[in-house]
Design a protein around this ligand. Structure first.
Ligand code: AMP
Ligand code: TRP
Length: 341
């Protein structure tokens, strides 16, 4: 059975982009068809300025929302990255395989570091090395498939390159992974700025639908979405990004396709109304389940404890093999006490 691995960063409240681009697929397909492992990647949450208490809170909230979105611990493994040491252990080894030039070419690094510098801030070294840690997340589990949104495709490609390079130099150790993207909504755009991604750590609140937004808030945000000039509803990502984004969101929520949905809407107003209602309907069950789970924090903790135990057992042998292959001397096992007596 294929091993599938994916993760979400607890850097802000989860959004409709996270849900349609990734989580929904994990719950509806991956956990049923594959040996699926899902991780709240808290170490990745420290690559930009962070507040410790907020990171802890968002980590717990992300775990609760993954379960609320339908991940079932009987079918898949759900855990927190920092609970399993193997990620950091392997990341260092992969830093000895990756190159500085490769890291500096990553689009997300270029964007985020430029933004940080423009603000007069400093850039954490971990922002540069973060794709290596992400590669470690994937390779430690022998994952063949990595279901992500479009923005992560370049990082998965890097994980692939590092796996191939390591295997060539030091002997076959890693499964070579590939990204799998959703059919629609692989990149949900900000409703106020339809040429940029709807990202949870961005500041533009009115353009971001959060998974826990109340129906009235969702309705307001969608109805106020920026649309393009023109009146006819056509699906054209380049020319009409605002309308195309709404059509994709509607298609993802209703299972339709953006082209045919364009032809059944006579006006932008009608499209917005239908999209708002479809989003509210999609989020309703997630919000209801989230509320139930919040009333039982012990359950979520137990899921994470058990998940980390399972994850450790999966990752340890591969990471040990990589340590041996690259030339690190195995520690001498302690002599069994009983045998010595
Ligand atoms: P992140 O929030 O960056 O940790 O992303 C978690 C997952 O959600 C990754 O697979 C992302 O590719 C996906 N994702 C995040 N934002 C969006 C978006 N606006 N549209 C589609 N997928 C997204
Ligand atoms: N970097 C991913 C993001 O920002 C999150 C992530 C970390 C991830 N490790 C991963 C996704 C491993 C897939 C596989 O969305």
């Amino acid at each position: 059975m294929t091993r599938v691995f994916s993760g979400v960063k607890p850097t802000g409240h989860l959004t409709l982009g996270n849900y349609l681009g990734a989580m929904r697929q994990w719950a509806a397909v991956d956990q049923h068809e594959a040996d699926a492992v899902f991780c709240i990647v808290d170490l990745h949450g420290m690559t930009v300025d962070h507040d410790p208490a907020r990171l802890r809170r968002l980590t717990r909230q992300a775990a609760t929302l993954l379960l609320a979105a339908g991940l079932d611990p009987e079918l898949c493994t759900v855990f927190v990255q920092s609970h399993v040491d193997e990620h950091a252990r392997l990341s260092y080894v992969l830093e000895c395989v990756a190159t500085d030039g490769e890291m500096r070419r990553m689009i997300q690094y270029k964007d985020k570091s430029a933004r940080e510098r423009a603000r007069g801030g400093s850039v954490r070294l971990s922002l540069l090395t973060y794709p290596v840690l992400m590669a470690a997340d994937i390779l430690a589990y022998g994952a063949g498939e990595v279901p992500v949104g479009d923005d992560q495709a370049q990082h998965v490609e890097l994980a692939r390159d590092l796996a191939v390079r390591f295997n060539q130099r030091y002997g076959h150790t890693f499964v070579v992974p590939k990204a799998t993207l959703p059919r629609v909504a692989a990149r949900v755009m900000n409703l106020q700025e339809p040429t940029s991604k709807m990202g949870k750590s961005d500041d533009s609140g009115p353009g971001i639908v959060y998974l826990l937004d109340e129906p009235d808030v969702v309705r307001r945000k969608v109805l106020r979405a920026v649309t393009d000039s023109g009146r006819e509803v056509v699906y054209d990502r380049e020319g009409r990004p605002g309308v195309a984004n709404l059509l994709e969101i509607l298609a993802a929520c209703t299972g339709g396709n953006p082209e045919s949905l364009a032809s059944v809407h006579q006006s932008y107003g009608a499209l917005k109304k239908d999209t708002a209602e479809a989003v509210i309907e999609a989020l309703g069950p997630v919000q209801a389940r989230h509320k139930e789970l919040c009333a039982d924090p012990g359950y979520v903790e137990e899921v994470l404890r058990h998940g980390a135990e399972k994850a450790r057992a999966m990752a340890r042998p591969t990471v040990d093999t990589a340590y041996r292959a690259i030339g690190l001397l195995p520690p001498v096992a302690e002599p069994a006490l009983n045998a010595a007596r």
